[in-house]
Ligand binder design. Sequence first.
Ligand code: N01
Length: 507
Amino acid sequence: PSPGVTAPTRTAATVTVKTLIVGAGFSGLCAAIRLQEDGERDFVVVERGSDVGGTWRDNTYPGAACDVPSQLYSFSFAPNPEWSSSYSPQPEIQDYIQSVAERSGTLDRFVFDTTVEDLAWDDAAQRWRVTTSGATYDAQFVVVAAGALSAPRLPAIEGIEGFQGELFHSAQWDHSVDLTGKRVAVIGTGASSIQLVPEVAKQAAHLDVYQRTAPWILPRVARRYTKAERLAMRHVPGVQKAYRVADYWIRESNVPSYVRYPALTAAPRALGLLNIRRGIKDPELRRKVTPDFTPFCKRILLSNDWYPALDQPHVDLVTDGIAEVTGNAVVTADGTEREIDVLIVATGFYTTDLPIAEHVVGRDGRTLRARWDEVGMSAYKGATVPEFPNLFFIVGPNTGLGHSSMVFMIESQVAYLTDAVRTAREHGLATLEVTEEAAASYNEDLQERMRPTVWNVGGCSSWYLDEHGRNTTLWPRSTFAFRAETRRFDRSAYAVTPATAHPLQEV
Ligand code: N01
């Protein structure tokens, strides 16, 4: 684990700090590094886990890897000549994040093993009061960098709590459970499942995979870098950058068009169907895995070993709905009971109903959850919300991508945050609060752009959409458009309070 300050026990102390960052994944680390570069050293990063890494620390299931190319899935300011292949496995990404953190000189301000419990805006003091499982913090700015896919969602299946075997979520893998020779079931066929199932199938005596919706899966064109490439990356200036730029353009030049013009998806559909034919011999199984919605409506998955893994005698793909879980079996709607020793749920995360929203109380005394229940989960530029002054999200609403690097989006959002903090500093401002008008007009435009996208009209339900069918998670334009939106802090969209209005306030 990365060295840092550990504060596991609750203390009565209140720590005054200018900026409190929640979460030490890619986002929180990037915010810490960029703020420090801008001369802002008065910050603390509070992290519930014992190390940096966020999703890459938590998701340790067998086969975990990134499906965005390695060169793209790195900070622009910290290229990594150590990547071993074009797509990186989880341990390499975690090592990368740890090494960036160690080199950054920020780790002395990370507080690990500490969970943020409540964040409340004190309007009289114009400060955030943040209670955690350790100290209480009094901060001018709060940066919520807690992740958009960080709260595992267990499926609501009758009887599951009473399951008598081993049960765990893909993002909370229990490495003490040896799957060798066991009867295992996996629920879900999303990005996590398609990576872990081929690995689990190598160990289990029998494996049942419960599929509710067949996903589109394209071949994964991954390869190890050659020795010559690795030497070039290390020693020839510009080589890594050239790979990175090429990776961007390959993704940016086609996927956004598929999203905006679903009729153009004939080619990926044909490739997906070919992938099925190549990977599976059994015609009945081919039928079961053939998706019934437009490609890109749900996240496109990349795999070469998922279909062959399913087409093995000891693996069953079960497409009948799950009725309940009994003592040691999963029971489907037709009454069939399949006995198992281990139940793995790869059922995704809370996405459109981020749990942290319940714990943030704004200027009017209502929670972010209450606001979002009324207006839908939304933020201005994915970052700020009216009623919640001086609070910035990283990877906030409508900043997710289905096709390219979240690290690019994170760097854009951190640039916006850093410029906002700089603006407040240079102009002596105590508070910045986005106006209702700016937030409403931004989100109306965004939802208007969302209307014709494949996510809305592609005939699927996905974690991108909320209960009203609104896409509150993804960014509907190019990543470059997002970069342009976030390049500068646009003060005109904000109501501001000068620091002098509160003489006791130190800014
Ligand atoms: O989760 P998911 P995930 N009964 O929500 C099924 C990123 N990621 O952890 O499709 C039965 O995608 C559900 O079925 P359905 C990436 O952004 C990236 O796999 O809703 N089934 C679905 O099959 C990704 O999109 C990488 O009908 C139930 C599955 O569980 C995101 O994380 C790797 C059910 C959930 O799929 C989430 O991926 C991993 C129920 N009650 C993750 N509830 C890479 O970079 C849910 N399901 C490679």
